[in-house]
Design a binder for this molecule. Sequence first.
Ligand SMILES: [Zn+2]
Length: 251
Amino acid sequence: MEDFNSETDSDYTSYWRDWFVSSRGNEYFCEIDEDYLTDRFNLTGLNTEVPYYQYALDLVTDVFDLDADDDLREQIEKSARHLYGLVHARYIVTTRGLAKMLDKYKKCDFGKCPRVLCDGHALLPMGQADIPNMSTVKLYCPKCEDIYNPKSSRHASIDGAYFGTSFHSILFQVYPALNPEKSMRRYEPRIYGFKVHAAAALARWQDGMREDLSARLAEYDINHRFIEESDSDDDDAYDYGEEIVPPRARR
Ligand SMILES: [Zn+2]
C-alpha cells in the first residue's frame, strides 16, 4: 500500500502490471500476458468476486480512465490487486504461465528450503486453498515434499489462492525431469554422540516401513530409487552408523 501511494498518478495508471510485479513484496507473481487478461473466458466468475470489477480490470489492463477521489482509487487499486491475484492462479497453470514460473523457480525467486538436509533447494509458492481469504501463501519444497511459511512478512500476507493448491504439482507433471531425486537423509538427534533412544527407535521403524513399501512396490514392478541408491558409489551418502544397518544392505 505504501509503495502504491509513493507512486505518482501517472505511474500508477500506466503499465500497472509492470509496476505490480516489480514492486516490493510481489516477487512471487509473474506478469500475466495482456492476451490472457483480455480474454473474457479466462475471467469467468470473477466479476462477482471482485468489487468495482470493471474499473479494476481497466486498471490491470492499463485502460483505466476515471477521475476518482483518493478513497475510491484506493478501493479500486485494492480490487485490482485481488483481481490480478485470482487471474494469476488461473494463468500459472497454462503453458505460458508455467514457463514463466519455471524461470522464476530456476532463479530461486521464491527462496530456498530452510531444511538443512535440503541443501538450499529452490521453493515454489502454493496455496492451501483455492478460495480466497482462507489461508496465506506457503512455500513448497519438492525435495523434502514439505511446506514452509515465507520468511518475509510482505510475502506472508499474500493470499494463497493467488497461487492455488495445484500449480506446484502441475509444474512437475509438465516438467517431470525437474522433480529432484528423493533422499533418505535425515537428521538424527544425538547426545554426546549417542543416538537418542526414542528417535533412533522411530527411525528404525520408519526404515523398516520404507523397506516394506519398496518390496511391495517391487512386486508390482514399481522400482523407486532414492538418490543414495544410485549406481555411483557416492561418498556423500548418509552414514547410518553401525547401530542401524539399512535393510537394503542385508539383501
Ligand atoms: Zn526441503
